[in-house]
Design a protein around this ligand. Structure first.
Ligand code: GLN
Length: 313
């Protein structure tokens, strides 16, 4: 467990990566200077099974910033801390059909779901709300994500500084949230903490393993630690299924058919409950902010391996 091994799965992933390397449409995220500069030729795909075996091909050892894929894991930590009902009173779970960075609230003046920035910044602020300092909150999150991964994760300081310097959109969302009472903390602190959360650095292999922890009912397959409860996982994977790909969530669930979450660094996490976590990495994004080649690889593997949840095995 924990070691990448040679097998027919590795061969399959190598074929998947090779077939999807032929062209490279889309563009790196332009609004975060550090991400715009990342080598866009990179591509990798990785799988970690619930018994802890890691299979990968391509750029699976390259570190990138987790970005929005941090959102489901921090949502899990918030539920563990406060209980689901309490969290539901602060962040709703309705798909928004909107861009990830939309300035929007629902009729109850709550963020619509924890996967768009408004909901994710609110969720971030719920960690140790009223009890933790800004630094303690971030450290709790970094340690929490590290427990999912089974190793200590660090921060991409360049990505953090670069995003924070141009985070005008997220500042406006946070001020909106504070104005309507959705967050209680200072908006500036929430943007800084959330941006740092998005800059946590990891590889596709780490991400696949974090997904395997979710697939395994919250129990980390290598360390054996029960990181979060199975009930929490049920909530997180449900919201990933309906909201994980923003305004492409409907297409994702129809064509791929299992929980997924994307990040603007070009990573995409997929989870097959009871079986495995998967991660792809390829920096160029489509209009919705999802990795073009990542989306394609998921559609292909879902079809070839008959993984859609609505199809009989
Ligand atoms: N840090 C990014 C932002 O807030 C994350 C967005 C994303 O990955 N979709 O804009």
């Amino acid at each position: 467990p924990g070691v990448q091994i040679q097998s027919p799965i590795t061969d399959y992933l190598a074929g998947l990566v090779a077939q999807n390397s032929k062209d490279n449409p889309g563009a790196n995220a332009a609004y975060i200077p550090e991400l715009a500069a990342v080598n866009s030729d990179q591509i990798g795909a990785c799988i970690t099974t619930v018994d802890g075996y890691v299979y990968g091909s391509g750029d699976v050892g390259v570190e990138f910033s987790i970005q929005s894929v941090s959102k489901p894991f921090v949502y899990a930590l918030a539920i563990e801390e406060h209980g689901l009902d309490w969290v539901l009173d602060r962040v709703d779970v309705e798909p928004s059909g909107e861009a990830f960075n939309e300035l929007s609230l629902d009729g109850k003046q709550l963020p619509k779901n924890p996967m768009i920035n408004a909901g994710a910044m609110t969720t971030h602020s719920l960690i140790g709300e009223g009890t933790m300092t800004v630094d303690e909150r971030f450290e709790h999150i970094r340690k929490g994500l590290s427990r999912f991964a089974g190793r200590e994760l660090g921060v991409d300081e360049g990505s953090y500084a670069s995003e924070l310097a141009t985070a005008y959109r997220n500042f406006s969302i946070a001020y909106m949230l504070r104005n309507y009472g959705a967050i209680k903390a200072e908006p500036g602190d929430v943007v800084k903490g959330y941006t740092r959360q998005c800059a946590i650095q990891l590889t596709a292999a780490d991400l696949a393993t974090m997904g395997a922890t979710l697939a395994n009912g919250g129990k980390q397959p290598v360390t054996g630690e029960q990181v979060v409860s199975a009930e929490t996982v049920r909530q997180v994977l449900s919201v990933m299924t309906t909201c994980g790909m923003y305004n492409e969530a409907g297409h994702w669930v129809c064509e791929v058919g299992f929980p997924g979450k994307s990040g603007v660094s070009g990573c995409v996490l997929g989870v097959l409950p009871g079986n495995l976590g998967m991660a792809t990495f390829s920096p160029r994004l489509d209009e919705a902010g999802n990795s073009v080649r990542g989306m394609r690889m998921y559609k292909q593997i879902a079809k070839e391996m008959v993984l859609h949840m609505m199809l009989p095995p």
